[in-house]
Design a protein around this ligand. Structure first.
Ligand code: RB5
Length: 153
């Protein structure tokens, strides 16, 4: 059984998360839903953090995160050590953040991206491998070094 995908959203991303859930069910991709479960106002860090923790612990393969713009939840996700989150609303960025940055969290805005595009981006994100190679590995090692430096403060 493939590792599940972590899903999390605030109220601004809730409807899009539900659309993406339906899509994952249709294509047979298992997921774990970390909420929220309605359009009632909540704070995106409360949902993003457990979803990102599940990815970093290796319980989930990647995270799909949603808020109104995708921006707040991506800022939050990128504070978690080991998370490389990208806020995307276009296919080029989505493909290359996998190929070059080995992104493990895709963030989208429920008030920005429609469900059709969101599901296309999800497919691209889940199916595009990291290219690897010396230059990308070197850059990611530098990103990790920043995380480690910040953890010492
Ligand atoms: C909530 O209204 C909104 O601020 C949030 O969903 C997100 O867009 C923040 O970046």
């Amino acid at each position: 059984m493939a590792k599940s995908i972590a899903l999390a959203a605030d109220h601004g991303g809730f409807a899009l998360k539900e659309e993406v859930k339906k899509h994952l069910e249709e294509i047979g991709v298992p997921y774990r839903d970390f909420g929220t479960d309605s359009t009632a106002s909540v704070d995106y860090p409360d949902m993003a953090l457990p979803a990102c923790d599940a990815v970093v612990r290796g319980e989930c393969a990647k995270a799909l995160l949603f808020c109104g713009t995708g921006v707040g939840i991506s800022m939050c996700a990128n504070k978690v050590r080991g998370i490389r989150a990208c806020c995307c609303s276009d296919s080029f960025s989505c493909e290359f953040t996998r190929r070059h940055n080995d992104a493990n969290a895709l963030c989208m805005g429920g008030r920005v991206v429609g469900p059709g595009l969101a599901c296309q981006l999800v497919d691209l994100f889940l199916n595009t491998p990291f290219e690897g190679g010396e230059r990308h590995e070197r850059r990611l090692a530098k990103v990790k070094a920043i995380e480690e430096r910040e953890a010492q403060k």
